[in-house]
Write a protein that binds this ligand. Structure first.
Ligand SMILES: Cc1cc2nc3c(=O)[nH]c(=O)nc-3n(C[C@H](O)[C@H](O)[C@H](O)COP(=O)(O)OP(=O)(O)OC[C@H]3O[C@@H](n4cnc5c(N)ncnc54)[C@H](O)[C@@H]3O)c2cc1C
Length: 291
């Protein structure tokens, strides 16, 4: 397999990158780590006339945390850096876990969390925990910057809410606050070398022993990472006993909409949604109670 011919651009600023995107039109694609884009080009699934690299734009690689504004993950921050960042490990362990569980060490040293999100695969490992934490994305376009809840970003397999000329510049994750616990769980057919057959992100906020807030997201069981509203309703206002957690797993399984494909059967996926939701709720509850 050989790569198709394309023009390569290495802009030094967001303005330059955005102008290039507009000038080059539909044939232009942004490049972060290239671990999705170049694979698609290698397989002839994409033939961009122009590739616009983001990694020369200073500041986009930054990861920052402060206790008032929360976490900001820049567009070219590597999966490996997110997985090992001390503030993320301390305050956002499920975000670190998702990055750490993505692919293998080589890919994590090239690929980015933002690329994982923009690629919009239903199985994207980094989506469920960020969605559970109510993350937002910052989007730079012709009219300046706008913020969008991550929940509104995914529009279908491979489709996102970015318009022509728009660039995702950062992912913002709110401050966790007291009594909050989050967990990320996933399973894939061939361990580390395969993408997830099912993935689950769960956030719970506990007031004493009662669950007063929750967000549960399922990946790879629908066209976009989906919110498990029935599972959420089944735990709200309750003590998270084994029985309650068991019924939440069953509710999530019931509302998931998996398909059968090369990675897994729909039936197996439904069963795994129940198992992973139970595990994630248990870990999120324990983290919340110890926070
Ligand atoms: C061997 C292998 C194993 C893998 N395993 C996993 C896995 O376990 N889990 C998983 O979820 N994924 C996996 N992947 C997929 C991939 O590595 C991840 O999705 C990765 O995070 C993509 O990041 P990137 O920076 O390489 O994105 P790129 O390939 O650079 O970009 C991906 C897409 O997003 C667009 N894009 C990138 N950045 C921006 C931006 N800032 N604004 C707008 N658009 C942008 C690009 O134009 C492209 O369409 C694997 C890939 C390989 C090759």
């Amino acid at each position: 397999m050989t790569l198709p011919k394309f023009e390569y651009f290495a802009p030094q600023s967001l303005e330059e990158a955005q102008q290039l995107l507009l000038d080059k039109g539909e044939g232009a694609h942004l490049l972060a780590g290239g671990t999705d884009l170049m694979v698609k080009m290698n397989h002839g699934l994409l033939k961009p006339a122009s590739v616009i690299a983001l990694k020369h734009i200073k500041g986009l690689e930054r990861i920052t945390f402060d206790p008032e504004n929360g976490l900001k993950i820049g567009a070219t921050a590597l999966l490996a850096d997110v997985a090992s960042h001390p503030d993320i490990l301390e305050h956002y362990p499920a975000v670190a876990a998702a990055a750490r569980e993505t692919a293998n060490v080589q890919i994590r040293n090239m690929g980015t969390v933002a690329g994982n999100i923009c690629n919009a695969a239903p199985s994207a490992d980094n989506a469920p925990s960020l969605l559970a934490m109510n993350a937002e994305v910052v989007i730079y376009g012709a009219t300046g910057k706008r913020r969008l809840p991550l929940e509104q970003f995914f529009e279908g397999p491979g489709l996102n809410a970015l318009g022509p000329g728009e660039i995702l510049t950062a992912i913002l994750v709110p401050v966790p606050g007291v009594g909050l616990g989050v967990s990320y769980q996933h399973i894939s057919a061939r361990g580390k070398v395969d993408i997830s057959a099912v993935c689950v992100g769960v956030m719970v906020r506990m007031d004493q022993n009662i669950c007063c807030e929750t967000r549960i997201f399922l990946g790879a069981v629908g066209p976009v990472p989906m919110r498990a509203a029935k599972a959420e309703a089944s735990v709200l206002g309750k003590e998270l006993t084994e029985e309650v957690i068991e019924s939440a797993g069953a509710a999530a399984s019931g509302e998931s909409q998996p398909i059968t494909d090369v990675r897994s059967s729909a039936d197996y996926r439904k069963k795994m949604v129940a198992v992973l939701t139970r595990r994630a709720l248990t870990e999120a509850r324990d983290r919340a109670l110890n926070s």
